[in-house]
Design a protein around this ligand. Structure first.
Ligand code: TYM
Length: 329
């Protein structure tokens, strides 16, 4: 069985973009792959996080993973900080990554281009930690949204470099992005990614938003004045984004939705998308509340981190031996 791995940072609240671009794929593939899904809390502290908020977001994230349909009997679910080997391998891989490679990472480039101050060294080197997350478990595939693809490609380069220098150690991973919905855009600025850190709440649908409010956000989504419903992300990014959201949630092909809407107006499309989002969030949040009340989260994380730690320890020993850290047999 091939291995799949992915993670999400518990910063801010999870968005519909995280669900459509990432979690939906995790759920879809959990029967076919040996699956590792974790909460990337070491990554969360690359920016200043309030401890109480981090705790709340972490718990929400695990409950949402489960509410979205991840089954802990099939998937190893764990907290990254519970498996200390991630930080250890992260350091080793940092020493096998060039400054120039990290400087080319678009997330870092965007932040510096915007003149953001207070960028931590952790934010600069985090792709090395992400490579460690992936290579630790010999992942064949890494399901992610488009924005994370570049980091998985860097992980491939680091793995190849390490293997060339020390002999076969890591499997070379491949990013996996879904055909539809690998990038969901802001409802208010449909050329920008829908993001946990967006300041305008009307642009983002959080998975824990009040469903009626979420429906209103769809109603007030920015569109265009062309008046035709077709999938054209360049000329009609807002309408194309709504079509993508609808197709991702109801499983209908975009072409078929476009057919249905020939000669119809934007208001009707927004109503259908709004209703589907409303229903999706209502069902999801009902399961989320039941999971939060059930008290099962601690046991799931404990079991997951035990399994992950066992595999991670085997890998880190192998790595240390290759590098020349082990002097006693
Ligand atoms: P993060 O927490 O920013 O995002 C989690 C996942 O959600 C996807 N995503 C989106 N997909 C479509 N449309 C959007 N608007 C959208 N916004 C976010 C992201 O592409 C991602 O798949 N560094 C990673 C977390 C991480 C990780 C890893 C992922 C740490 N280690 C190892 C994979 C493997 C991050 O910050 O994702």
């Amino acid at each position: 069985m091939q291995t799949m791995l992915s993670g999400i940072k518990p910063t801010g609240r999870l968005t519909l973009g995280n669900y459509i671009g990432a979690i939906r794929q995790f759920v879809e593939y959990q029967d076919e792959y040996e699956m590792y899904i974790f909460i990337a809390n070491l990554h969360a502290i690359t920016v200043a996080e309030d401890p109480a908020e981090l705790k709340r977001n972490t718990k929400d994230l695990i409950a949402l993973y489960l509410a979205c349909g991840l089954d802990p009997k099939k998937v190893t679910l764990f907290l990254q900080s519970d498996v200390h080997q991630h930080a250890e391998l992260g350091w080793i891989l940092t020493c096998h990554t060039y400054m120039g490679e990290l400087q080319r990472m678009t997330q870092y480039k965007d932040k510096t281009a915007k003149g953001e101050t207070g960028i931590t060294a952790g934010l600069f080197t985090y792709p090395c930690l992400m490579a460690a997350d992936i290579l630790m478990y010999d992942a064949d595939y890494v399901p992610v949204g488009v924005d994370q693809k570049q980091h998985v490609e860097l992980a491939r380069d680091i793995a190849e470099r390490f293997n060339n220098r020390y002999g076969e150690t890591f499997r070379i991973p491949q990013p996996l992005t879904s055909k539809v919905g690998a990038k969901i855009y802001s409802l208010q600025n449909p050329t920008k990614k829908m993001s946990k850190s967006e300041t305008n709440p009307k642009g983002t649908i959080d998975l824990l938003d009040d469903p009626a409010q979420a429906r209103n956000k769809i109603k007030s989504a920015v569109t265009d004045s062309l008046g035709i419903i077709q999938y054209d992300p360049i000329e009609q990014p807002g309408i194309s984004n709504l079509l993508t959201i609808l197709s991702s949630l109801n499983g209908e092909a975009i072409e078929s939705i476009v057919q249905r809407y020939q000669g119809k107006g934007y208001g009707e499309l927004k109503k259908e998308v709004g209703d589907v989002v409303y229903q999706f969030l209502s069902n999801l949040q009902e399961r989320y509340r039941a999971i939060m009340a059930s008290g099962q989260i601690d046991a799931i994380l404990k079991e997951g981190s035990e399994k992950a730690s066992w595999i991670a320890e085997k890998k880190i020993r192998k790595v240390k031996k290759k590098i020349g850290f082990q002097i006693v047999k």
